[in-house]
Design a protein around this ligand. Structure first.
Ligand SMILES: Nc1ncnc2c1ncn2[C@@H]1O[C@H](COP(=O)(O)OP(=O)(O)OP(=O)(O)O)[C@@H](O)[C@H]1O
Length: 598
């Protein structure tokens, strides 16, 4: 065997062992029950091959009634008990399969949620994730691998038993069968290569189809689809995709059909040779009728089990290949876990950007260039600038969603990436412009992981601070009302502004020392916006705050303003200082907005 083949075997073996370990981690009993099922399934055919020989021999020779009854009873009871246990195990393992499937689903979900943020928009990682998920979810690879893996053991036990039976006649017939099985296995291997090769083509297509499925079923896309009549365009793209995948399936099944035909012809030749050989043995009186039935059935079973064994091994190796993307996906390292420094009992939080440059992954251009700014503890910094100036990106760096490409961000003089990620996150209360509310209750949306221990008064207080308490207290289920109707018929659909208030209340409830708000009032009506601003100091208190807004009048609430332009800070100072700089970016933006109000 070539070195390459040995390495290939080793790799597949370690993939198989890894998944077995993961499966064992999800359900230990699954493995033990599967082994038991293998043993029972291997013994059943052996009983049915050996016992009829003894019955026929007894009928042909001594014809003792008690012995015949005993032999038939062993055959019937043995079959009954073993089949009963086998069926019971089958049912138990079916349920366990769901547990295993759900377990892997959770493992993938956990990995995705803990992965560095930049990775979840990286198309290479997305393709890898799709491949990993596709094989496990759509192809049931884990379930099939485990059941097929167990089949290999069943086959080995059966093969050993059958060789022992056939060896009492002669071993040439075993060699003949092995030759037929090898020829069929080669065909099967080709067959499987074609079958699994198709997934390389199908996976990118599947991502597109899933995207369209998502768009079609997404409530929030519904408005644009109707108003811009996007349906023909979406349907056209959808149909193109589905045509392409149909073509691929067509090609695949044509090739498979040819291989299957070859296999069937081989099996017929084998059957003819076996019957001719055994009949010859009976004619030459080398064996009796009882042995004839036992040997024919043993040889045919040997052939089927060997074919089954070799095709299962080939199939398993294919499964291991299909699981390689999962292994690769699983091994994606997260930079976030590298920081270990504890935040201790620090009470003051100074943030400093030192010559920070930043490029998005796979982007050629810098989105932030040489950004240096010092945000003192308790200071309220307003970040302003034109669309695309880099304001949200600046926030994404403070919140460790991305790491600077060059330069560093310091918290109390220490690079933020050195701090333990979870502890650092506890310092931040952030509301992004594209915040997400979940289809959970209002209380769960605000308290999140603390929802079981959180006090209703604290939730109500947070809602009160953003002006939502009155509205929510009138709902029949109050803070236990579900958001959206996804899971509860009486779930609530908040307006854009109400949703934004709720997102702000989540940050208020968190009571973290650093508050980051990205256009927190963009969806609010003028009165609600005024209320939020009037309470701004109350809401933020002594905390350090970074705050993005396009409504420059709101900058009055902040101690300092940083003006971003093309990824750089081109001005910073108080409103009074910046407005005096005639012709400056800030003055232009402020005056342009102000003219609508006079
Ligand atoms: N994930 C991303 N990958 C690549 N480029 C990005 C990504 N997110 C934003 N950008 C680019 O970075 C630049 C700055 O975007 P950013 O969202 O920081 O601007 P902004 O000042 O917050 O804009 P707005 O006022 O419109 O919200 C834009 O040119 C944008 O296209």
């Amino acid at each position: 065997m070539s070195k390459e083949r040995i390495l290939g075997f080793k790799k597949d073996f370690s993939t198989g062992a890894h998944f077995l370990k993961l499966t064992y981690g999800i359900s230990k009993s699954y493995i033990y029950l599967s082994i038991l099922s293998c043993i029972i399934n291997a013994v059943i055919p052996l009983i049915n091959i050996i016992m009829p020989k003894f019955i026929i021999d007894e009928l042909m020779n001594r014809k003792r009634i008690e012995t015949l009854i005993l032999l038939v009873a062993i055959l019937v009871c043995g079959n009954f008990i073993l089949n009963l246990v086998s069926r019971w195990l089958y049912a138990v393992l079916e349920i366990k399969n769901i547990e295993i499937y759900n377990g892997f689903d959770l493992l993938i979900g956990k990995k995705v949620m803990n992965m560095d943020f930049e990775k979840i928009e990286d198309s290479e990682v997305l393709n890898l994730k799709e491949q990993a998920i596709y094989q496990i979810k759509n192809q049931n690879v884990i379930e099939r691998m485990i059941s097929e893996g167990m089949k290999v053991f069943t086959n080995i036990i059966t093969i050993i038993g059958l060789i022992a039976v056939i060896a009492t006649l002669d071993l040439y017939i075993v060699l003949f069968i092995i030759c037929i099985v090898v020829a069929n296995s080669l065909m099967y291997k080709k067959n499987q290569e074609v079958r699994f090769g198709i997934y390389k083509v199908l996976i990118p297509l599947n991502r597109i189809v899933e995207y369209f499925d998502g768009v079609i079923n997404d409530f929030s896309s519904g408005k644009d689809i109707r108003l811009y009549n996007m349906s023909p365009l979406i349907m056209k793209k959808y149909e193109e995709c589905s045509k392409e995948s149909l073509n691929e399936f067509n090609k695949m099944y044509k090739t498979i059909w040819k291989y299957n035909g070859f296999n069937k012809i081989n099996l017929q030749i084998q059957m003819a040779v076996v019957y001719a050989y055994m009949t010859y043995k009976v004619f030459t009186k080398a064996i009796g009728i009882g042995s004839f039935t036992m040997y024919v059935s043993s040889v045919i079973n040997f052939s089927t089990t060997m074919s089954d064994f070799s095709s299962t091994v080939i199939f398993l190796r294919q499964m291991c290949k299909l699981l390689e993307p999962y292994m690769e996906f699983e091994q994606i390292k997260s930079k976030n876990i590298e920081g270990t420094k504890k935040i201790d009992d620090v009470k003051k939080f100074n943030i400093e950007f030192k010559n920070v440059y930043f490029k998005y992954p796979r982007s050629k251009e810098y989105t932030l260039k040489n950004v240096s700014i010092d945000i003192k503890d308790g200071e309220k910094l307003s970040v302003v600038g034109l669309n695309g100036a880099g304001k949200t990106t600046f926030i994404k760096l403070v919140t460790r969603l991305y790491e600077p490409t060059e330069g560093e961000i310091l918290l109390n003089g220490i690079n933020i990436k050195e701090y333990d990620y979870d502890e650092y996150m506890k310092l931040l209360a952030v509301v992004f412009q594209d915040f997400k509310l979940m289809a959970f209750s209002i209380k769960e949306n605000i308290a999140l992981n603390d929802y079981e221990t959180s006090k209703d008064e604290d939730i109500e207080k947070a809602l009160n601070e953003v002006g939502l308490e009155d509205y929510i207290s009138k709902l029949p289920k109050g803070i236990n009302t579900h958001i959206y109707k996804t899971f509860e018929e009486d779930g609530i659909e908040f307006s854009g502004g109400q949703s934004q208030k709720l997102a702000i209340s989540r940050a208020v409830y968190k009571a973290a020392p650093i508050v980051v708000l990205d256009e927190p009032t963009a969806a609010l009506d003028p009165i609600a916006e005024f209320e939020i601003y009037s309470r701004f100091n109350e809401l933020i208190g002594e905390k350090t705050a970074i705050y993005i807004s396009h409504r420059l009048s709101s900058c009055r609430f902040c101690d300092r303003i940083a003006v971003f332009h093309n990824g750089e800070i081109i001005q910073h100072g108080t409103h009074d200082e910046l407005i005096k700089e005639q012709g400056s970016q800030y003055e232009k933006m402020y005056m342009t907005q102000a003219q609508y109000y006079v």
